[in-house]
Design a protein around this ligand. Structure first.
Ligand code: PBG
Length: 323
């Protein structure tokens, strides 16, 4: 009698057998590409800490969005870099602001491409914090009002989905209520339900020019040490009307992706953030890692952990690999 009777290697023997029992599949339609749109004209400048990722002025962003759409990527997530910043971040909710103009231009050129907008004030405030500062602190409730105005102006410009990333309390409920009041009942909300106060956002802050002038974001973003709190954040956002929940960063937070998925059953997104991208790019460009295999492995792990879709700076590149 042969030993052992159960041999899991039998179904690993050939590519065809492995394909039959593969549990997790990755496709371009799972991926969302972030896009940095900047004021000005004729701009296409690479971000030094994120090789392969650039800031685009509107016309160039429209072209890039076309390539992303062509590659089969599900959606773009827009971040704006305005010409001017002020204390109240007023560029965020200006109907002629950078994002509002970019959404109109992209939707006009590529009506079938899903456009998501990041809703936050940090790229628009002179101090670089994600909200309105009163008595030396980010004032939650004033900020929620400004974020709601921002979300409405994005919806009016034609955004399909708004994605608040600020971590103020109550912002999902306020945004949902005000969108509905203004007749935007079909515009969905992906909330950054569990956004951690992470060092891995470093390269993004260079890209979006949004580093806080003073202090940090520990007073509103989550402590990386906490998991139960992420589940509470997720439940609250759902109660307030979120359509999908985002966990961010992704790679070091896969336990949170799984817990939030199991607890809520809601659509869950993982955000592979700038620092995760930069690490992979740096290792690949030094020849230390096989880029295609390591990036695909990281993305598949996020889906295996429970993510339904993934925001990643690799979206366009990965979609071309997967084609
Ligand atoms: C804006 C925002 C940030 C990111 C997404 N939305 C920056 C931050 O909170 O500092 C980070 C994305 C990334 O690192 O790729 N609030």
């Amino acid at each position: 009698m042969s030993f052992p009777a159960t041999r899991l290697r039998r179904l690993r023997r050939t590519p065809a057998l492995r394909g039959l029992v593969r549990e997790t599949h990755l496709s371009p339609s799972d991926l969302i590409q972030p896009l940095f749109v900047t004021a000005g004209a004729g701009v296409r400048e690479e971000i030094s800490a994120m090789p392969g990722i650039s800031r685009f002025s509107i016309t160039e962003a429209v072209d890039e969005a076309g390539e992303i759409h062509e590659a089969g990527v599900a959606a773009v997530l827009l971040f704006g870099i305005p010409a001017d910043k002020d204390e109240a971040g007023s560029g965020a909710y200006d109907d002629e602001g950078i994002i509002q103009m970019a959404v109109r231009a992209i939707k006009e050129a590529h009506p079938d491409l899903t456009v998501i907008t990041d809703v936050c004030l940090c790229e628009y405030t002179s101090h670089g914090q994600c909200g309105f500062i009163r008595d030396g602190e980010v004032d939650n409730d004033v900020t929620v009002e400004l974020l709601s105005k921002t979300a409405i102006s994005h919806a009016e410009a034609g955004a399909d989905i708004v994605a608040p990333s600020d971590m103020m309390d109550g912002r999902v409920g306020s945004i949902r209520y005000q969108l509905d009041e203004e007749g935007h009942t079909g515009v969905a909300i992906i909330s950054y339900a569990a956004k951690y106060s992470s060092a891995f956002y470093g390269p993004f802050r260079e890209a979006a020019d949004s580093t806080p002038q003073e202090g940090d974001r520990h007073g509103y973003q989550m402590d990386p040490a906490n998991g139960d709190e992420a589940v509470r954040e997720a439940r609250l956002d759902l109660e307030e009307g979120a359509d999908a929940l985002m966990i961010k960063p992704a790679s070091h937070y896969l336990d949170i992706v799984r817990r939030v998925k199991d607890d809520t059953g809601a659509p869950v997104a993982a955000y592979q953030v700038s620092g995760e991208y930069s690490m992979l790019k740096a290792a690949a460009s030094n020849g230390w890692l096989d880029e295609q295999r390591s990036v695909t492995e990281a993305l598949v792990s996020m889906k295996r952990a429970g993510a339904d879709f993934i925001v990643t700076y690799y979206a366009k590149e990965a979609a071309l690999w997967l084609a």
